[in-house]
Design a protein around this ligand. Structure first.
Ligand code: GDP
Ligand code: IMO
Ligand code: MG
Length: 422
């Protein structure tokens, strides 16, 4: 058996949470492989909306195993909040959620460092979610981080204090006043370790490979999106982990030869939160309509998302980097009232057309558009592909042809039921 990988092909918030929730019945195990509480994965069913940050989006299917992989960075405080919300719904996550001993811990001082560093960048700020992601991955690569499994070791407190003190030195250098914030953050953090310790910490690389070898279906869930990848996004306006398919191998301890499908989630237009290049961004009424109709406000920070037309050069880049084998297309329903819909098919840079995403973030990119007639019809109740309006199907087929990847699922609303499987 192989591991299927599901990830975002744009700048995050493509609808990965809903897609995982819809596909989970096909799997035995869902495992998150990177990122942390910078993610906000929303799912809706039975008239209720849920947002998950660290916990895999298969958690609402109680017969499925969910794993937080070694590539994830975990903040016990946010973990506690998520667990309490699930318990309120009557779920017992200690039964079907397991955590890798090797996942790194986000300390309160990592969050303060994130704030201090962003402030220090002034107008060059990345627009981080301020969840401590960058500083935690920095400590991981600097080999000074603390891991989930460490909380059970006698040396934990000594190492915690040593790391905290190193962080405080840096905060002082930034002139960042941590004295008021830190005590209450730390109190909460320490308290939440109690909840964390109720869970089973596992050697997830062994467990996941055992599942694969015993013919169980495993789905690897990504966070953020390809264009925020540390290596291939518009650096430095990226997150601090590998969001691409390759991240699933290191983030779970699975060999590349064990990869099955690579399912790319694509929003029918583009959004981005935070700073950085966004060639098709709209600053007009159409952009506002996408934001308002699409509810494009951050699931983690509540920030308004920047909105724009679909960007094919960026998508082709994502398909190439991830080896995408099929696509879940979401949120085309948001454009149901639009007379015209545009897709960017090339970039014009210094008077020349190209399909390549440029290295230099500062070059001016003029998007070249192809126009499509809108379907101007509510599609949210349609459940069969053939029943979709002709113009909708033309939009879908155009994307499929350009990317040379089949669109296997079309999502027409936030609810689990608002889904067309082809
Ligand atoms: P994720 O981070 O990729 O999981 O995406 P988010 O949850 O941050 O953002 C996607 C938003 O769109 C959420 O509010 C979802 O409930 C919603 N959503 C997902 N699929 C669809 C869809 O097909 N149509 C509409 N209208 N909303 C959707
Ligand atoms: P999901 O999984 C959208 C963005 C931030 C910022 C940059 C770096 O819900 O799709 P970080 O806090 O990671 O250091 O921020 O990345 N970002 C996201 N944007 N969706 C996300 O996650 C994101 N996680 C981080 O806005 O620009
Ligand atoms: Mg999100």
């Amino acid at each position: 058996m192989k591991v299927d990988i599901l990830l975002g092909l744009q700048w995050g918030d493509e609808g990965k949470g809903k897609a995982v929730d819809v596909l989970t019945p096909r799997y035995d195990v869902v495992a998150r492989f990177q990122g942390g509480p910078n993610a906000g994965h929303s799912l809706e069913f039975n008239g209720m909306k849920h947002v998950l940050h660290i916990i895999p989006s298969g958690i609402f299917h109680e017969d499925k195993v969910n794993i937080i992989g070694n590539g994830v960075v975990l903040d016990p405080t946010i973990f506690q909040e998520e667990i309490e919300a699930l318990e309120k719904m009557g779920l017992t996550p200690t039964k079907n959620l397991f955590i890798s001993k090797k996942a790194h811990l986000i300390l309160p001082t990592h969050r303060l460092l994130d704030a201090a560093m962003e402030k220090g960048k002034g107008d060059k700020k990345i627009g981080s979610t301020l969840k401590g992601i960058g500083p935690t991955y920095t400590d991981k690569t600097a080999r000074s981080g603390l891991r989930v499994g460490d909380v059970l070791l006698p040396s934990f407190w000594e190492r915690y204090r040593a790391l905290e003190s190193a962080h405080i030195d840096i905060l002082k250098r930034y002139g960042f006043d941590y004295t008021e914030l830190l005590p209450s953050m730390e109190e909460k953090w320490l308290d939440s370790l109690r909840i964390l310790k109720q869970f089973t910490f596992i050697d997830s690389e062994y467990e996941i490979n055992n599942y694969i070898d015993s013919d169980k279906h495993v789905l690897a869930e990504g966070a953020q999106g390809t264009m925020l990848d540390l290596e291939f996004g518009a650096y430095p306006f990226v997150t601090s982990s590998n969001t691409i398919a390759a991240g699933a191998f290191t983030g779970l301890g699975v060999a590349p030869a064990k990869a099955g499908k690579v399912i790319g989630v694509v929003k029918a237009y583009c959004t981005r939160v935070g700073s950085g290049p966004f060639p098709t961004e709209l600053f007009d009424k159409t952009g506002e309509s996408l934001r308002e109709i699409g509810g494009e406000y951050g699931a983690t920070t509540g920030r308004p998302r920047r909105c724009g037309w679909l960007d094919l050069p960026a998508l082709k880049y994502a398909v190439m980097l991830n080896g995408v084998t099929e696509i879940v297309l979401t949120k085309a329903d948001v454009m149901s009232q639009f007379e015209t819909i545009k897709i960017c098919t090339a970039y014009e840079i210094n008077g020349e057309q190209t399909q390549r995403v440029p290295f230099d973030n500062t070059v001016e990119i003029k998007p070249v558009y192809t126009e499509f007639r809108g379907w101007q019809q509510d599609v949210s109740d349609i459940r069969n592909y053939d029943d979709l309006p002709l113009e909708f199907k033309q939009y879908v087929q155009y994307i499929e042809k350009e990317l040379n990847v089949p669109i296997s699922v079309v999502s027409v609303g936030p609810d689990r039921e608002a889904t067309i499987v082809r």
